[in-house]
Design a protein. Structure first.
Length: 645
């Protein structure tokens, strides 16, 4: 049973083995039953090959039979890939997603996806019933033929969903919801889809789909998956309620200049009929700068039934968000009476034209929703937008996230950009506290200011949020005023007034560089001091979780960054941390760990050679002015330290 637990349980439940929950049966039969229920309620199986799948499922069935635990299984998740032969996509050079390469996937709790990577729609022929690949899934078929109270089957496997498993699902578990997280039509390019693709797509079990969609793939073939999925939502898939679209702009897809083809439509589709979804998420390279995409969706689904809506881009996708024009169209033509969870990425879309009504359009958009409970806004915001959001939704918000940013292009429409990302001051934090009385989770940037008393005061303000239990602080180390505010001038001493790195920043002073180093240097000591200030000043319920993410070092409001030496050093200094309180009433103990540690160390090792032999001497000199070499230190990594509050 222990061997089964190590490979088949959901990762979050493997902790139970370490904490001894599995051994509670030593104390009482009631504890024994309770522990089995928790352990087997959600099962996760990672598929790698045919023999490994059989071995893992056999171990699972043995454990279930030995503990009489089939009755507890409510959800099975299948991950990995059952590869019996090479696939077309495997021939492409793989690109590590940015979030994975930098370790941000762990910090931001986001799935690492390369929206600009190589991608082929028609990567293989459609799986056939009773084929070798289909028969390889026999162990999973055997498991599903058992008497299970199965409610959800989550398919997150890169292999095609096997016909034998679909048949078993229909026959043995007709009420089970299928969550297909790698959904894709492969034969739309040739007209009518292959029969099994239609059987799967119109299955009464299909409840949720997540699909990659593009206008054209890396081979230059048109991709009609988005059109097909929109048609499925009108009733062809009778029970589909949740849709996630990952909009790709695949590498090489722009080589073909021919016009996009016309989708022929799915068999049985009725024009003018609308479906009803509970959740719609459009992510990635979404083309939401014009209303066309949401207008197409509005022709297929009734927005009044939505409860969860995500519209926008992805991390650092400053041009893929909702424009003012699109927000205005949605506000004027659509109604969202049931939406309680909203996530949006915004863009000014002013590269070629002035957009003076952007704030007004954003305000009307957020006003079109009633009493949101969860809200996430990434992108350009200002005081007018913030004031209206808090006034209109603050009383009901339980989860709130802000990540303001602006386009870093220095010129737009023949004008110099002066937009600076919105800054949350002490007064703004207190405004959130006053207008969001039931807020439990908050993600918000705090401008680093050399660990000064004024910076500490902002952290202290979070303690006044009585219901707050989870706090994610984006420690903003950027300073866009240096480049974009003509009136901004720091009063440094004579030495720190000297310019450095003139090649990249003719306006950059030694004092600016010193502050950049101090602000991005977040070690465990500084992180602990932030945790202490927030938690010791906390009123109401205790803070359960604090996440710290230093970011923005070297960002000054233009499209170029400082010399590579600074980037290497900043990567080493800027460390992210997670504090979690031990869930007991009789203690104030907490745990702390660095997030993305292994990835950071790997990047630091790659940077070491450059720093040893090819670094910028001016930047290195400023670093050493702050942190001289210590006696006995092996290199600079032993010499630096964060500045506590």
């Amino acid at each position: 049973m222990a061997s089964y637990l190590s490979c088949c349980l959901a990762p979050s439940l493997r902790l139970l083995l370490r904490t001894g929950l599995i051994f509670l049966n030593l104390t009482s039969q009631a504890c024994h039953e309770a522990s089995l229920c928790i352990i087997f309620q959600r099962i996760s199986i990672t598929v790698r090959d045919r023999e490994g799948l059989r071995r893992d499922v056999d171990a699972l069935i043995e454990a279930l039979e030995g503990t009489n635990s089939f009755r507890y299984i409510q959800q099975i998740t299948i991950k990995g890939a059952l590869r019996l032969k090479s696939k077309k996509n495997e021939g492409y050079a793989t690109r590590t997603p940015y979030l994975a390469y930098t370790g941000l996937s762990e910090i931001l709790d986001e799935e690492p996806i390369s929206y600009n990577g190589m991608y082929a729609v028609y990567d293989e022929s459609v799986i056939e019933k009773s084929s070798e690949e289909d028969m390889a899934w026999a162990p999973m078929v055997n498991l599903l033929q058992a008497q299970l109270p199965l409610k959800d089957l989550v398919y997150d496997c890169q292999s095609q969903f096997p016909p034998s498993l679909l048949t078993t699902l229909h026959e043995q578990h007709p009420q089970c919801r299928l969550h297909h997280l790698t959904f894709k039509f492969r034969t739309l390019f040739w007209g009518v889809p292959y029969p099994y693709e239609m059987e799967l797509a119109t299955s009464p079990s299909l409840y949720r789909v997540k699909a990659i969609c593009a206008q054209r793939d890396s081979d230059g073939d048109d991709d009609f998956n988005l059109d097909a999925i929109m048609e499925l939502t009108t009733g062809l898939a009778p029970n589909i309620k949740e849709v996630v679209i990952l909009h790709f702009f695949p590498g090489g897809s722009g080589r073909s200049r021919r016009p996009l083809g016309t989708f022929q439509g799915l068999p049985g589709f009725t024009h003018g009929k609308k479906g009803s979804l509970k959740s719609l998420s459009l992510k990635g390279c979404t083309r939401l700068r014009t209303p066309t995409v949401v207008q197409n969706w509005a022709r297929h689904i009734d927005f009044t039934g939505l409860q969860h809506l995500t519209l926008g881009g992805y991390l650092d996708s400053t041009g893929c968000g909702l424009s003012g024009e699109t927000m205005e169209w949605l506000a004027q033509t659509q109604s969202f009476p049931q939406v309680k969870t909203l996530g949006v990425w915004l863009t000014r879309d002013d590269l070629w034209l002035e957009r003076p009504r952007y704030s007004e359009q954003a305000v009307s958009f957020f006003r079109s929703f009633d009493s949101l409970e969860q809200l996430s806004i990434d992108g350009p915001i200002d005081s007018k937008i913030l004031d209206n959001v808090l006034y209109h939704h603050g009383q009901t918000l339980r989860k709130l996230s802000f990540r303001p940013y602006e386009d870093n292009l220095s010129m737009s429409n023949a004008r110099e950009r002066l937009d600076i990302p919105f800054r949350f001051t002490k007064d703004r934090v207190l405004q959130i506290e006053a207008q969001c009385p039931v807020l439990e989770e908050l993600a918000i940037p705090v401008k680093r200011n050399n660990s000064s008393a004024s910076e500490a005061e902002i952290y202290r303000c979070f303690g006044t949020m009585k219901r707050l239990r989870s706090l994610f602080l984006i420690l903003d180390c950027s300073d866009w005023r240096i480049y974009r505010d003509p009136a901004y001038a720091r009063d440094f001493d004579e030495e720190d007034q000297k310019l450095v790195d003139r090649e990249h920043f003719p306006f950059f002073k030694r004092g600016n560089l010193k502050e950049a180093f101090i602000n991005c240097a977040v070690d465990e000591t500084l992180a602990n001091s932030i945790w202490k200030v927030v938690s010791e000043n906390k009123s109401g319920r205790q803070l359960e979780r604090l996440k710290l993410w230093p970011t923005g070092a070297g960002e000054y409001g233009n499209s170029t960054g400082p010399a590579h030496t600074f980037a290497c050093l900043a990567r080493h200094l800027a460390r992210s941390w997670l504090f979690e309180r031990v869930p007991r009433d009789d203690t104030d103990d907490f745990t702390v760990r660095e997030l993305g540690r292994e990835t950071r160390k790997a990047l630091n090792e790659g940077d070491a050679g450059y720093l040893n032999y090819g670094h910028n001497p001016e930047i290195w000199e400023v670093f050493r002015a702050l942190w001289p070499a210590k006696k006995g230190s092996k290199d600079f990594s032993d010499d630096w330290s964060g500045v506590p509050l």
